[in-house]
Design a protein around this ligand. Sequence first.
Ligand SMILES: Nc1ncnc2c1ncn2[C@@H]1O[C@H](COP(=O)(O)OP(=O)(O)O)[C@@H](O)[C@H]1O
Ligand SMILES: O=C(OP(=O)(O)O)[C@H](O)COP(=O)(O)O
Length: 397
Amino acid sequence: MQTIDNYNFKNKKALIRVDFNVPLNEKFEITDDTRMRAAVPTIKKVLAGGGSVILMSHLGRPKNGPEDKFSLKHIQKHLEELLGTPVQFADDCIGESAVKAAADLKPGEVLLLENLRFYKEEEKGDENFAHKLASLADVWINDAFGTAHRAHASTAVIAKFFPNDKLFGYVMQGELESVDKVMHNPTRPFTAIMGGSKVSSKIDIIMNLMDKVDNLILGGGMTYTFKKAMGGHVGNSICEEDKLDLALEIMKLAEEKGVNLVLATDTVAADAFDNGANTQIVSSMEIPDGWEGLDVGPESIASFSKIIEQSKTILWNGPVGVFEMPKFAVGTKAIADAIVKATTNGAFSLIGGGDSVAAINQFGLADKVSYVSTGGGALLEYIEGKELPGITAIRGK
Ligand SMILES: Nc1ncnc2c1ncn2[C@@H]1O[C@H](COP(=O)(O)OP(=O)(O)O)[C@@H](O)[C@H]1O
Ligand SMILES: O=C(OP(=O)(O)O)[C@H](O)COP(=O)(O)O
């Protein structure tokens, strides 16, 4: 199989689908460039091999054609800094300016195309649009893991125009290797920590993990749906009343499959959803009226940490408290610390999902775990066992 490592890029134009969908502030400054930094090795590999690079990406979700706030020109300068080389910019992705800039591109040069989603054909997976993109280059590299769950023109449909010249980039390779290691070949014990606000948004993953993990730690807002289902009193805590039966079903399934399902036993309850709220530590089964659980308590932190530190494979998705407020970030920080400790002792740890990645970055611990995914929705769908169009386009079914 052709890979980015054995492909001969000499004098070839490589069209790389990257996920440069980075957050920008009101001054159009990049507030988190993780996805851009991740793409650098693939770009450098092509350049070092004597090829030229044409980068294409979406940014945000423009709905009505070109709009300055969604223009990729906002990231051009920072990309030049990351690559240490000039980056040309075409103000279109398929029109005359793109065609001319691509045709004039010399080995060693980099061209960034304008936002793909300025054309509705991108999200529609339009074949003619994909063909126009494909005509710009000799080889297509998909390195947009964060967008691999979208069957769009540039992420999937375009593959048919490169039957012998389609490759995964290093981001894709790294993500797939990490998830496969965790999901198909875990060293045991394997512990998954699932947090976040609702059980309904995590149910498919929980079910898929049930056949694979030894320990399943459930934290965050979803805890209270379980506690209520068990006959507890959850006060004002977030709780999905229509998912009580589902919670009981999950507990029963865990028992049948021999999975050690671990829920918080104590909770940091607050009298308001506010960093300045009054707090008290209470049993997760007995949260007083007028109070809501916003973080796990010290007893839960101790039991979660012990399990995590003894694990050899760890998957973490979703904060176990409202970590955006410092007062309720203690549990999530403790999880991160335990994962770092386990990793230092030889465990393989994969962190993914928008908010858990934001949390690990906020704590400055991203480089102390084995792998931090660049995918949010894409990673979750992959862990759920779904087929991702951006992967199938290259690997086949
Ligand atoms: N006890 C809680 N009550 C309310 N919200 C919570 C609680 N614990 C965590 N959350 C919230 O859950 C959100 C993350 O949920 P989710 O999107 O499912 O996670 P991820 O993005 O990591 O997949 C965070 O904004 C966090 O504040
Ligand atoms: O940021 C992204 O996904 P994520 O918010 O799930 O991490 C990707 O760039 C995909 O964007 P989309 O969800 O607008 O298709």
